[in-house]
Design a protein. Sequence first.
Length: 483
Amino acid sequence: MFSRFRKDQPGAAAPVSRAVPQAHDALPPLPEKAKPAMAMRQRAKPQPAAPATPDKDRRRRQRILELKSDMHTRLLDNLNLAAVDAASEAELRAEIAAITTEALNEASVVLTSEERMTLIQDLYFEVRGLGPLEPLLKDDTINDILVNGPQRVFVERAGKLELSDVTFKDERHLMRIIDKIVSAVGRRVDESNPYVDARLADGSRFNAMVPPVAVDGSLVSIRKFKKEKLGIDDLVQFGAFSEEMALYLEAAVATRLNIIVSGGTGSGKTTTLNALSSFIDSSERILTIEDTAELQLQQPHVGRMESRPAKVEGKGAVTQRDCLKNALRMRPDRIIVGETRGEEVIDMLQAMNTGHDGSMTTIHANSARDGVSRLENMVAMAGIEMPLRAVRSQIASAVNLIVQASRLQDGSRRMVSITEITGMEGDVISMQEVFRFERTGLEPNGKIIGHFTGTGIRSNFADRFKRWGYDLPNPIYDVIGER
Ligand SMILES: Nc1ncnc2c1ncn2[C@@H]1O[C@H](COP(=O)(O)OP(=O)(O)OP(=O)(O)O)[C@@H](O)[C@H]1O
Ligand SMILES: [Mg+2]
């Protein structure tokens, strides 16, 4: 039966090498006696499905978990992984269902049809997908998946972190899934190489750190890739910024101001950058540079670059700076750097200062002022010996606008400030805030009450906007009282 997927060798325990080496190979096969473990735990009579007490319920769940784990080992031992790779979903599901039925009969375990379906589904995800992570990856309401060791898997929904009911059997199980992900992209993670950045097949951003550096079990963070990126209209509708701010940002992008989106981790920087890019004219040639390609520009003329870490032997790295230097030779109209975090800051500032107006990037900072300090620090860390005043004047002439994104304590993501850089006053970079989020209170359920408002200061670029055909009405800068 189902011989197409089964290994040729009779008996599950035969120590044969598989056709295609897989991450699973790292696992030693279960000892022979572990296989009939289900039979050893066999009760006198098949157990009916109806749970009686919570304790019994818990024991039953635990038993199903054990069963799943046994079954998984059995599957890996039995299946010809090369054939599995080639099999269609339906074929593989049928095969898994058959092996499951066989094993359940052998162990005299009776499951409800729902439990059986779930078991087959979970096993399918183990063999073909990313095991327990798979349902979370498929759930569109989840933005981030954060694994803190095998027993604690958190997810972020609507800006709030919650503990999910997903668990891995143990650290080995978790490591196997990590291995599966990183080996698919030709990387490795182990004691001597304890952390890794990768991109999943669906575009999601993936980072893992394994023990002993990760003290309580492997740490995994996944930023889910959204096929449908949030656009300007969505963001206005979600309350990320106001229509007035959208009008202003349209003018700022279209008139080629150099823009930095600043914000904390997960505050919506990349989303904002992506949405802002929609204001770029479709005739322009845009080059994007990222560590992990997340941006999805809609224009027809986009060149995407992704930096690459060094290979295991320490060679082959292509940094964002390398990409940026090369990009300048590729006749870009605009350059977009996903996140400036290191030495590439030098080339970014230079590009902004030398004819690549309208370039954009994000930085990790908590306010516009803080963002400028971060830029200064990055320049200093890049080893450039320049007096502070010179660095500041470079920044002041390169950057026109800092847009501050923030994830507020109620989980909402908002553009809390739009600040223009207006020049230098003595040794200090001068700035003016034109829009901000005014927080006015807190609802009993913890939701933040507030509204967006102008600061009453007319944009320093108002004349430029006008010259380019974006004659914004002055009232958009008005201070708005509580609504
Ligand atoms: N205004 C918003 N409303 C709802 N969800 C949002 C909003 N902005 C961003 N998100 C979602 O929040 C998550 C994090 O956003 P994003 O990747 O843009 O953050 P980031 O600041 O770039 O994060 P990182 O620091 O990790 O690069 C994404 O899943 C995104 O879809
Ligand atoms: Mg980002």
